[in-house]
Design a protein around this ligand. Sequence first.
Ligand code: ADP
Ligand code: MG
Length: 245
Amino acid sequence: MDKQYKIQVKDLHKSYGDNEVLKGINLNVKPNEVVCMIGPSGSGKSTFLRCLNRLEETNSGHVYIDGYDIADKKTNIDLVRQNIGMVFQHFNLFPNMSVAENIMLAPVQLKKMTKDEARKAALHYLDIVGLKEKADVNPTTLSGGQKQRVAIARALAMKPDVMLFDEPTSALDPEMVGDVLEVMQTLAKQGMTMVVVTHEMGFAKRVADRVVFFHDGVIREQGKPDEIFDHPQHEDTKSFLDKVL
Ligand code: ADP
Ligand code: MG
């Protein structure tokens, strides 16, 4: 375990029954680093992200967040989770409350913020994602891209110091993708530590400090964007990129 890393993963294994999905993953993420994970469908990217905040039990290996072993019974996993924002492909906003109320929910319940404070914070984060004027509408009236930006604001309202994104734009109509990526790029520029599973190779090229190529439950190759995209070393990386670029 090394305190200089925000996230440290050591020889992580995860199976579903007989299906070994993660076959020994090692990955270190430094503070302020943006890591984009690419790779074929079924290669284990989502499972890996879920292991980072213990939404999945692992079979062996270690995940350390800020130096805390998240599998250790002494670690307060709820606190660790509060510091890790997660944004999924599907936004899961509550349809029976307003946009602002969706964002206020966790800060009020988990951080014991007053409703006034939480509302102020919600408006602040809505402003950051460009949706301040939507605070009091019902989320069902929003477009997919707007919903996803609300989901990002909701995650940010917990003041996480790591953000995990699992294909946040792949359920969106193409014209909505840019706005969401722009919000993510702004977060990256502001120094948020981010792990992003994405099919948006342009985003990975522009924004990632490091690109990690997942294949069949292992990290086949990783490097700076230009190393991976312009000079891939492994045959699996080459054939994946041939298909998606
Ligand atoms: P990716 O995100 O790269 O597409 P996933 O992590 O979703 O890959 O899936 C990796 C493998 O794990 C797939 O073979 C998938 O079928 C399997 N898998 C994922 N989640 C579960 C689950 N909850 N139960 C059983 N198998 C699962
Ligand atoms: Mg996935």
